[in-house]
Design a protein around this ligand. Sequence first.
Ligand SMILES: Nc1ncnc2c1ncn2[C@@H]1O[C@H](COP(=O)(O)OP(=O)(O)OP(=O)(O)O)[C@@H](O)[C@H]1O
Ligand SMILES: [Mg+2]
Length: 250
Amino acid sequence: MIEINEVTKKFQDKKKSITALKHVSFTIGKGDTVGLLGENGAGKTTLLRTIATLLEPTDGSVKVGGYDTVKNPDQIKRKIGVLFGGETGLYDRLTAKENLEYFASLYGMSKHDTKVRIDELARMFGMRDYLGRKVGGFSKGMRQKVAIARTLIHDPEIILFDEPTTGLDITSSNVFRQLVHQLKRDGKTIIFSSHIMEEVTMLCDKVAMVHKGELVYHGQLEDLYAQENSRDLNFIFMSKLVRGDEYHAS
Ligand SMILES: Nc1ncnc2c1ncn2[C@@H]1O[C@H](COP(=O)(O)OP(=O)(O)OP(=O)(O)O)[C@@H](O)[C@H]1O
Ligand SMILES: [Mg+2]
């Protein structure tokens, strides 16, 4: 369970203060698959980084499995796997396998468990042919697959993906989608941000929409469809944002 309680996050940029999140509160249950939606700069990455203990809220708190992200980050880090768009966190001079072994060692995994897990992930992502090659020479999609495998190496309960399919081709995006289905069957909690409504519609049970740092909707996708009298998430998203702006203007 993830409890986000009145989270406000401000950044100091030169002399200007930027409020990336404003009093955001919602709860994510075990086994939920949540799509995080919002325009560029809405606060999605900031929210994911806060849940991942990488940023401290300016105000409010986040609890993951009962642990506070500021007071007990280490307990939380073991339970979660994170992947942020653009930053794969991989070492170019190491092979894909060496990268995965390195991250496994950070989680204190045994040699045997590491080998079994790497075999499993390599099979799942069709990476066996290039496991022994240096990551520096990889294409964007190959790199992204290794990065996703790295995120899952310690079999985390909670998985945070920030725009995971950006840069992936259709085949790799489908591999990712199958992976999410598998993770759902395994009872994992998944939160991912995406600008691809089709992906969110296909994979998520719940959505959280942020607009200019504020949560404008959180709940079941089906409830949102019923409430908006439409099953077109793209349309619903746009109308929610327009209404949000009208609300701000008044
Ligand atoms: N380290 C930082 N320093 C200053 N401002 C920041 C920092 N990180 C984020 N921001 C600001 O916070 C706001 C929210 O940014 P965030 O990256 O969370 O948006 P996003 O929803 O992930 O957008 P995108 O879809 O473009 O990835 C933006 O105005 C951004 O410029
Ligand atoms: Mg982002």
